[in-house]
Design a protein around this ligand. Structure first.
Ligand code: CP
Ligand code: NVA
Length: 301
């Protein structure tokens, strides 16, 4: 069974081939009408369940569209509306869904939910974000970086802000794709200890971004964070906002990324988000192409 659960648990060569396939599928789609099917229909007669226990715009739409372009059909399920939200175990849910569908994508809170789904499903399971990681996003981000700036190997990537789930997948990717990752943020919001050794720390954001090829940030309050932490986090993170003064310290052609959704003027200013170095909407588009390649990898097609 080929699941796609995390970047560090996926074979390095498979990660590279997913990115390469995503790029060629993107090229093949160029000029085609949005709703038109791909020439190849690897998901013909396939049903895909998309389970969401948290809100989503990009993940939901890009998976749904991607499956349809490849000839398959989708079923979007809200965790709250399923029996799973009312006490049925993940193991039973996984075994039941496997009798109906060919692939499961799940966005959930606890990583253990994803792992249980993968253990008990007899079809591939894809991680569409947990409290701990967001691997599909970072596959799209690596693809986006390489489209604009060439191979990511050996490049300097600086994360400014909260050491959260999206950072964690960047840290996993740093090892797999061999780039240098620097974390700049306040100590209370350091990445989890399991990621130690995958990145370096520079507390001063202006020093951190010197020579950076890519500057990345994300929301200061994630979906799994208590809303009561909002004000404290804003106070802790204010100095780590990505603004024009900070970007001016990076390389002249440094890219800016944000997985979105953003809180403009908090973690990043509109001047940066809409500025010449920003590739935020290419990242969003590339979710579609990267995930299509991930689904093909999981299904061996
Ligand atoms: N970046 C991302 O995963 O966005 P959504 O929450 O809209 O899916
Ligand atoms: N860190 C954010 C990412 C959203 C795509 C969250 O988990 O809410």
């Amino acid at each position: 069974m080929t699941h796609f659960l995390d970047i560090h648990t996926t074979d390095t060569a498979d990660l590279r081939s997913i990115i390469d396939n995503a790029r060629s599928m993107k090229t093949a789609r160029n000029g085609r009408p949005r709703g038109a099917p791909d020439d190849e229909q690897p998901l013909k007669d396939h049903m895909v369940a998309l389970i969401f226990e948290k809100p989503s715009t990009r993940t939901r739409v890009s998976f749904d569209v991607g499956v349809r372009q490849m000839g398959g059909q989708t079923m979007v399920l809200s965790g709250a509306d399923m029996q799973l939200g009312h006490g049925e175990t993940i193991a039973d849910t996984a075994r039941v869904l496997s009798r109906y569908v060919d692939l499961i994508m799940i966005r959930t809170f606890e990583e253990q939910t994803l792992l249980d789904m993968a253990e008990y499903a007899s079809v591939p399971v894809i991680n569409g974000l947990t409290n701990r990681s967001h691997p599909c996003q970072i596959m799209a981000d690596v693809m986006t970086f390489e489209e604009h700036s060439g191979p990511i190997k050996g490049k300097k990537v600086v994360w400014s802000g909260d050491g959260n789930n999206v950072f964690a997948s960047f840290a996993h990717a740093a090892r797999q794709f061999e780039f240098d990752l620097v974390f700049t943020g306040p100590p209370p919001l350091d990445p989890e200890p399991a990621l130690d050794g995958l990145y370096t720390v520079e507390r001063d954001p202006h020093r951190a971004v010197e020579g950076a090829d890519l500057v990345v940030t994300d929301t200061w309050v994630s979906m799994h964070d208590p809303q009561s932490a909002r004000e404290r986090r804003h106070n802790q993170l204010r100095g780590y906002q990505v603004n024009e003064a900070l970007m001016a310290r990076a390389k002249k052609d440094a890219l800016f990324m944000h997985c979105l959704p953003a809180h403009r003027e908090d973690e990043a200013t509109s001047a940066v988000m809409d500025g010449p170095n920003s590739v935020i909407f290419d990242e969003a588009e590339n979710r579609l192409h990267a995930q299509k390649a991930i689904m093909r990898h999981c299904l061996g097609r």
